[in-house]
Ligand binder design. Structure first.
Ligand SMILES: C[S@@+](CC[C@H](N)C(=O)[O-])C[C@H]1O[C@@H](n2cnc3c(N)ncnc32)[C@H](O)[C@@H]1O
Ligand code: SF4
Length: 451
């Protein structure tokens, strides 16, 4: 795992879960089956009362027009209409099967996330049919947020209108960069013209929340172009902007080329990528945006909630559907099978859920997971962990924190009794947060492959 290395090397950087996915296995399948077959686990409070665990739904749509050279997601680029229809049927059946499990416990779905791949790859007809079929077994009328990821070149005016009518509240647009040369070099399927066309339709459709994704450090990026990216994003004035720092996990086109040729990555080093994000954050802040996590700025925090992100980072349940997607139910992590035939056959031929591997975290591992995910917001409230896990996180990891305070990455805030009630990251700390997290891992998971 690359951490502080100055150069961008091949390996995972972004941490989205704990323990690492490489540790999950088929041996733990009975645990997720058991979790599904029982009523949902409640969240115990310090005063002995318990709260219902919030429930969300993730749907993976694995199709893209082209595979971007930096992308590590499970995607397919050559599927015909018939194969897509089979996938949609399998996904519908999967949701039907999950909705019958006792773990649902009559809970409303609080947040929905269509991710990919490219959900907007589906045609208007395919989308309408998918939603109509899904609603036969599941409703999300009470959802606070329905997110839908889009690639600009897959949108049309009628598709944008259809998404709004189908109840999408948060449209996330993968802009990544505004330079046609850079978009092309990195294998994106769209050019800047398509961003602007899509943008007008999106504005007209009046979604409560529109997010733009950018990547700091695409191949060919430089300071002048990055400033231009920030300027053009500000001109569009979306409710939120997410900026990822380019990483090169093992299974990307760029990584494979690099490993074969043994050459240095054509991607800026980590310090430069952080400088670009810092510059962007400062520019956005100057026009009133607020930094809401290591990756996100938000125009008006009172209007824009991040239900998916915030619930997940606080240990909510998440039903994972679609090929290779991962979720969490009643204290058990699980992931669906990653192969096309395995996924379709499980659902369409064998009529069973396509779960491939699972992991039962200990209470301590659940604590570490929530702590490292919440640290991505830039602060931790110690009382939350004391209440939920009966652990004083400031004391438990005092040596790690002391090192981060010494390096200027963190600050320990104390109350009038001298007790640390909040840990805050500095901007330097926030911009490298994923590199700070492995220090909280248990020794057996440090240095292991992440995915
Ligand atoms: C599933 S894609 C978003 C929707 C759509 N597929 C698209 O690309 O427009 C999720 C996001 O992950 C980010 N991403 C993908 N590969 C990355 C990498 N190697 N490093 C950093 N960010 C990456 C991109 O910003 C992308 O928008
Ligand atoms: S970044 Fe988006 S469009 Fe590109 S391959 Fe990955 S999922 Fe598909």
């Amino acid at each position: 795992m690359s951490t502080e290395a100055a150069k961008t090397e091949v390996g995972s950087y972004f941490i989205s879960n704990y323990p690492p996915f490489s540790q999950w296995s088929g041996d733990a399948l009975a645990h997720i089956q058991n979790a599904m077959a029982n009523p949902p686990r409640k969240q115990l409070q310090r005063d002995g009362t318990s709260l219902e665990t919030p429930l969300g739904l993730y749907l993976h749509i694995p199709f893209c027009r082209k595979r971007c050279k930096f992308c590590y997601f499970k995607v397919f680029t050559q599927m015909n209409a018939e194969e897509i229809e089979r996938y949609v049927s399998a996904l519908t059946r999967e949701i039907e099967l999950v909705s019958q499990q006792p773990v649902m416990g009559g809970r409303p779905i609080r947040f929905v996330y269509f991710g990919g791949g490219t959900p907007s790859f589906l045609s208007v007809k395919q989308l309408q049919s998918l939603f109509q079929r899904l609603h036969q077994s599941i409703t999300w009328e009470q959802a606070e947020e329905v997110t839908f990821e889009c690639e600009p070149g897959t949108l049309s005016e009628s598709k944008v209108i259809a998404l709004r009518e189908l109840g999408v509240t948060r449209l996330s647009l993968g802009v990544e960069n505004f330079s046609d040369a850079i978009l092309e070099e990195n294998g994106r399927a769209h050019l800047s013209k398509e961003i602007h066309k899509a943008w007008d339709w999106i504005v007209d459709a009046d979604f409560p929340n529109v997010n733009i994704d950018l990547i700091s450090g695409m191949v060919g990026e430089n300071w002048d172009n990055w400033r231009e990216n920030v300027r053009r994003t500000l001109e569009l004035s979306p409710e939120s902007v997410t900026i990822y720092q380019m990483e090169l996990p093992f299974n990307t086109v760029y990584s494979k080329d690099l490993l074969q040729t043994q050459q240095a990555a054509p991607v800026a080093d980590w310090q430069t990528k952080r400088d670009w994000v810092r510059y962007a954050f400062e520019e956005f802040q100057d026009t009133g945006y607020k930094v809401s996590s290591a990756y996100t700025v938000v125009k008006d925090p009172s209007k824009v909630s991040f239900s998916y992100r915030d619930n997940l980072w606080r240990g909510s349940d998440l039903i994972a559907t679609g090929i290779a997607s991962f979720g969490h139910l009643s204290g058990v992590h699980y992931q669906n099978v990653p192969e096309w035939n395995q996924y379709l056959e499980a659902l369409l031929d064998e009529d069973r859920l396509p779960i491939g591997r699972a992991f039962v975290p200990t209470a301590d591992q659940s604590l570490i997971r929530e702590m490292i995910l919440q640290l991505k917001r830039g602060y931790l409230e110690t009382e939350y962990f004391q209440t939920k896990f009966e652990t004083d996180i400031a004391d438990r990891w005092k040596d790690v924190w002391a090192g981060y305070v010494r390096d200027g990455f963190a600050e320990m805030k104390v109350d009038s009794n001298g007790h640390c009630n909040r840990i805050e990251l500095s901007m330097d700390g926030l911009l490298r947060v994923d590199a700070l997290l492995p220090s909280f891992f248990e020794p057996q998971f440090r240095g292991v492959r992440y995915t």
